[in-house]
Design a protein around this ligand. Structure first.
Ligand code: FAD
Length: 385
């Protein structure tokens, strides 16, 4: 006989884990979180040492969501008795003409987020031994920006979920979902039933949603993200106390980001945003890392950094065409909700995204406007199959 639940969440990445944590906090009843691989695996999007967190977004709605995300991260740290956030500050820079940089500065200004606009010269005075910026570049520094410990955060959120009474089953791959007032979920390890279902399957979302008759937008892309760590001559110049998190905007859109030394002693993280499209089930097959995409930037902008990476790791970024996630209800089954396509913002915003998915699943009024995240914004290309 199958076990029955009030809510089942499919996918225990950072978004599914945050959703499950919010559900137990909101008294959703018996909640089950299902994960296909072993817990804290490295096959999806949420693993690794660190992620950037910032308010420096060119969309005002993210700035508002980040206010709440910072409060929620603080609560997760306190409840979980684990430090996850380090305030490094974040320096966003690019050519003076960069539209993304202009919009970011405007958004910080309109939303009264503390920031400083710096010329390239001023930024280099601040980081004389680390940065080499062309004089036609401009920067904005956001003091509150920083880093979050990624795998550690997922583990703390999952612990708070299970301590709150939730059940996490890893090694359970969902193979079939039969919708209805009671949803039947079939896995490789047994069947379950539930009154409400949340799908947070990351790069596997198109497969699961297609089974449920929902087509995600044309150009919903699943890309291998390459993470490189580079040896520095003087580690003390690239520590969280001496070097900020960094994002470069240029005309090719987010060519790279950098973070102070965190996970590996003496190695700074400098990475391109995302590269080639992949099938998540064969992410690492027959593909060699594209170091040449990032090497010129490392040599051009950073001082005292080796131009050959010491460590390479792979991850997956799942992008929608407008790079905003989809948070919505199944068009034909109101007790099924889903979140997908969290692009490069999913980690820092995950507590809020989890809260929104929890509210949607429990038919509660949403804490933020969901209009920018609806599936039907892509209405030309997304539809019921
Ligand atoms: C290299 C890299 C750098 C990034 N940098 C930042 C950053 O600086 N700041 C930021 O905010 N964000 C960043 N992101 C983005 C952020 O990490 C992602 O948006 C976020 O982790 C997405 O989480 P998710 O839960 O949607 O997906 P995932 O973590 O992939 O979780 C989905 C889970 O669902 C499970 N699953 C799928 N199908 C099934 C099934 N059939 N049955 C059971 N389980 C299933 C998968 O195994 C997986 O564990 C970065 C991402 C990468 C890869």
């Amino acid at each position: 006989m199958s076990q029955s639940y009030d809510v089942i969440v499919v996918g225990a990445g950072v978004v599914g884990s945050s959703t499950a944590y919010n559900l137990v906090q909101h008294g959703a009843g018996k909640v089950l979180l299902l994960e296909q691989f072993s817990s804290l695996h490295t096959r999806g999007s949420s693993h690794g040492g660190s992620r950037i967190t910032r308010r420096a977004y060119n969309k005002p709605f993210y700035v508002h969501m980040m206010d709440e995300a910072y409060r929620m991260w603080d609560q997760i740290e306190r409840e979980g008795k684990t430090k996850l956030y380090t305030n490094t500050g974040i320096l966003v820079f690019g050519p003076r003409t960069s539209p993304d940089l202009k919009k970011t500065i405007a958004s910080l200004h309109i939303n009264e987020v503390e920031h400083e606009v710096l010329t390239a010269e001023e930024a280099m005075l601040r980081y004389p031994h680390q940065l080499d910026l062309p004089f036609d570049h401009k920067c904005v520094f956001e003091r509150d920006g920083g880093t979050l410990l990624a795998t550690k955060a997922v583990s703390v959120i999952q612990r708070l979920f299970t301590e709150g009474g939730g059940e996490l089953l890893d090694g359970h791959r969902v193979k079939e979902i039969a919708p209805g007032p009671i949803v039947r979920v079939t896995t490789n390890n047994g069947d379950f039933t539930t009154r409400r279902l949340v799908v947070t399957a990351g790069p596997w979302a198109p497969t699961i949603m297609a089974q449920l008759g929902v087509k995600l937008p044309f150009k919903f892309s699943i890309r291998r993200a390459e993470v490189f760590y580079w040896r520095v001559e003087h580690p003390e110049l690239y520590s969280a106390d001496t070097f900020p998190s960094v994002i470069l905007y240029d005309d090719t859109h987010h060519p790279f980001y950098a973070m102070p030394i965190c996970e590996y002693p003496g190695l700074v993280k400098i990475c391109p945003y995302a590269t080639v499209c992949v099938d998540p089930d064969s992410r690492d097959e027959q593909i060699s890392p594209r170091v040449e995409d990032i090497q010129p930037y490392v040599a051009k902008y950073f001082k005292g950094v080796s131009t050959t990476p010491s460590i390479y790791e792979a991850c997956i970024i799942t992008k929608t065409p407008d790079e905003h996630p989809i948070i919505d209800r199944h068009p034909g089954h109101s007790n099924i909700v889903f979140g997908a396509g969290f692009s490069g913002h999913g980690f820092k915003l995950s507590p809020v995204m989890g809260k929104l998915l929890c509210e949607l699943a429990m038919d509660l009024p949403p804490s933020h406007d969901l209009t920018p995240f609806r599936l039907d914004r892509f209405n030309k290309h997304s539809s019921k199959l």
